[in-house]
Write a protein of this length. Structure first.
Length: 253
């Protein structure tokens, strides 16, 4: 594979102890090499240190440009793969063997990804022998450099009643509140992030704040292949009041 840096990129200026190139300039060198994923990068007076992962998979942005003939199935697959990744954070399986992510009867952990966006979601290859990944590639949520652990016993954050009145109440989201299921601040946050990613994918936007994402999913013409049931789930994930969001137990049954 061709060296993305080219010859003699690094070094020190004769008049300064600073590295010749900035961290952001180095990061931009990877823009034309999607198979190289920068997972971590830092610099000090000695130079720049990077942790880079090689993958042959496209990002969700690239895959969405040509999802194939069944675009509706593709959107559902993205949603449920994100759900599976978050279930794995809440109830991590024992050992290193791959297992189907399943909510357990114990309380979920307080782990949030905290940097969930389209650039951190990568597709792998198809597995013809598996029903789940025979038509849509396996998906990976990468880059846990911003991950946080929130105390499971921490008090819930205050609900913004103004935003709730503008979003939850007109959509009557309280009527869909699940009667059972586990939740904490971390699962609440991860569900919100799932909703944001899905709204961004549907709207063709790379990044957007949660308020804009709520506006996207409200648009009746946001995407021609969006299933009404999936639209409702995304709306619920974006609920202002965490009690109006789904539970992972509901989404995996």
């Amino acid at each position: 594979m061709e060296d993305p840096f080219g010859p003699a990129l690094f070094g020190r200026s004769k008049s300064s102890s600073e590295p010749k190139v900035s961290v952001e300039k180095v990061r931009r060198l990877f823009d034309n090499h999607p198979q190289l994923v920068v997972e971590d990068m830092r610099s000090d007076y000695t130079g720049i240190l990077m942790r880079v992962k090689h993958t042959d998979a496209p990002s969700i942005r690239e895959a969405h440009r040509d999802p194939g003939p069944d675009k509706g199935r593709f959107l559902w697959s993205i949603f449920f793969c994100l759900v599976g990744a978050c279930v794995g954070m809440a109830w991590p399986p024992a050992g290193h063997d791959a297992e189907l992510e399943t909510p357990l009867t114990i309380e979920p952990l307080g782990l949030t990804h905290s940097d969930m966006h389209q650039g951190n979601i990568m597709f792998g290859r198809l597995y013809p022998e598996e029903a789940e990944h025979s038509r849509v590639s396996i998906m990976r949520l990468i880059d846990f450099g911003e991950a946080q652990v929130r105390r499971p016993d921490a008090s819930d954050l205050l609900v913004d009643e103004l935003f709730k009145n503008e979003y939850d109440i007109p959509l009557d989201l309280a009527r869909y509140r699940p009667a059972s299921g586990s939740r904490n601040q971390a699962t609440d946050k991860n569900l919100m992030d799932i909703g944001c990613v899905m709204a961004q994918v549907l709207a063709g936007r790379e990044l957007a704040f949660v308020g804009a994402c709520r506006g996207f999913i409200w648009d009746p013409d946001i995407h021609p292949s969006l299933d009404p049931d999936l639209r409702l789930l995304i709306k619920r994930c974006l609920a202002v009041d965490p009690l109006n969001r789904p539970r992972f137990e509901e989404l995996t049954t």
